[in-house]
Design a binder for this molecule. Structure first.
Ligand code: ZN
Length: 73
């Protein structure tokens, strides 16, 4: 009877731990729109990046100010 109780406690503890880890791994709702965000390509190095992180200049997208500068020279 004592053994059953110990096994039960261990199982409940493992289930609780797993549920906790799953909750930790789940991204916060605020970051969800970022996944569906438009991806744009740097015209200089062709790297893809989210539109919000890209620099928009002269109807072109750039990944960083340096590439914008180099491309426009
Ligand atoms: Zn670039």
């Amino acid at each position: 009877m004592k053994l059953i109780f110990i096994v039960l406690v261990v199982v409940v503890a493992l289930l609780a731990l797993r549920a906790y880890q799953r909750a930790q791994r789940r991204p916060p709702p605020a970051s969800a729109p970022a996944e569906s965000e438009d991806m744009v390509k740097c015209v200089y190095c062709q790297v893809n990046l989210p539109r919000s992180e890209a620099l928009y200049s002269g109807r072109q997208f750039y990944c960083c100010p340096e590439h914008r500068q180099r491309h426009q020279q």
